[in-house]
Design a protein around this ligand. Structure first.
Ligand SMILES: Cc1ncc(COP(=O)(O)O)c(C=O)c1O
Length: 367
């Protein structure tokens, strides 16, 4: 499978060059705006100058790490601030290979494409476990695929691209499978604020030293360009030191203005902001899936995140048809093959545009 980036950029380019109006449902860039406290923090930072414009501590501003630790109820030593959830996943996967005896990663299919990309980059082998048609993951299938060769099981809930949300029982089963094989569960929770089902459970609720939780402010605060995420590592000094060392050797440190602004936003954000965003996305899901019903499409009903996978009879989600949809319907989505073998016939649509209703109408009309 290719990395998401080239395919993603290809579709974006194609849509950009179309000689008609195209609604972008390709990228994962939030369109709903950040809380005002974020810009306030950035303005405040701009006036500091001097020492505050220099390197921050490599593993993150102390106060930001403390704020995260308090919110997640973990020891601050376990928190490392990273360049987005992307780096947090990389550190966790690299750390698993270094500290576990296996060299395989158990991944789901459909999958967020950066996981197989990172797996190959790190010289490891992916082992895919198919999810159910509704995107849920049966831990029994993971148990069958896991072995002594497993370094980590990498999961994502709420899920990109299916919108599945793993419940408490699933999470605790996944942790216990990781424990049984002396592997790590890497639980990517970057969409944790976008759970419509009320069933989202963080791996942090399970008492174990066999998981890393990764998260990010990219989507939570609509700041994919700021590059601030974090990992919560096991209470294991060796793993903590390895993650800090790798992070420092690759980055020196993360961006200080972004960390400062995120800290200010966390301390001052109105909780209503998250409620409003969740409601907005939930309404978009409803609007979009109603139109898919009208178009006679099959789709995975998202329980969280902001993506919808859909399949249209006689019109598989190939790159060719993605381009046709751009030209003929004015809607840009992603081809299913970007997300694994099981959904090659499907399209993935990101509901990160205020024009979801219009896109839905265009699709309903086209099919
Ligand atoms: C499942 C998942 N994990 C991680 C990321 C990376 O996010 P970040 O911008 O925080 O690196 C994304 C971005 O789309 C994602 O969908």
């Amino acid at each position: 499978m290719e990395y998401e980036a080239p395919l993603f950029f290809h579709v974006m380019d194609y849509a950009g060059q179309a000689d008609r109006d195209v609604i972008d449902m390709v990228s994962g860039n939030p369109d709903w705006g950040s809380p005002p406290s974020l810009a306030d923090g950035l303005h405040e930072y701009a006036d500091l100058g001097g020492r505050d414009f220099q390197y921050p501590p490599s593993h993150g501003l102390r106060e930001l790490r403390e704020e995260i630790a308090t919110r997640r109820n973990v020891d601050v030593e376990r928190v490392i601030v990273t360049n987005g959830g992307g780096e947090a996943n990389y550190l966790a996967m690299a750390g698993a290979l270094e500290t576990r005896s296996g060299s395989e990663f158990v991944l789901t299919d459909p999958v967020y494409p950066y996981y197989p990309g990172k797996t190959r980059m790190l010289g490891a082998t992916p082992r895919f476990v198919a999810t159910a048609p509704d995107g849920t993951l049966d831990p029994a299938d993971v148990r069958k695929t896991a072995s002594d060769e497993t370094a980590a099981i990498v999961i994502n809930s709420p899920n990109n691209p299916t919108g599945a949300v793993y419940d408490e029982e699933t999470m605790s089963e996944l942790v216990s499978i990781a424990e049984a094989y002396d592997a790590l569960l890497i639980s990517d929770e970057v969409y944790d604020h976008f759970d419509f089902s009320g069933t989202f459970t963080s791996a942090l609720t399970v008492d174990s030293d066999s998981y890393v939780v990764t998260n990010s402010f990219s989507k939570t605060l609509a700041i994919t360009g700021f590059r601030v995420g974090y990992a919560i590592l096991p209470d294991d000094q060796d793993m903590i030191e390895r993650a800090r060392g790798r992070h420092m050797l690759v980055n020196v440190a993360g961006p200080r203005p972004s960390q400062y602004a995120v800290l200010h936003a966390l301390r001052n954000v109105d909780p209503e902001y998250h409620e409003r965003t969740r409601k907005l996305l939930y309404d978009r899901v409803r609007t979009f899936t109603d139109a898919l019903d009208a178009a006679g499409a099959q789709y995975t009903e998202p329980k969280g995140s902001f993506y919808v996978m859909a399949r249209f009879d006689g019109f598989p989600g190939t790159l060719e048809n993605v381009e046709r949809l751009i030209d003929d319907a004015g809607v840009a989505g992603m081809p299913g093959r970007g997300f694994g073998e099981s959904r090659e016939d499907w399209f993935r649509f990101a509901l990160v545009t205020p024009r979801v209703e219009e896109a839905a109408e265009r699709l309903a009309e086209y099919f």
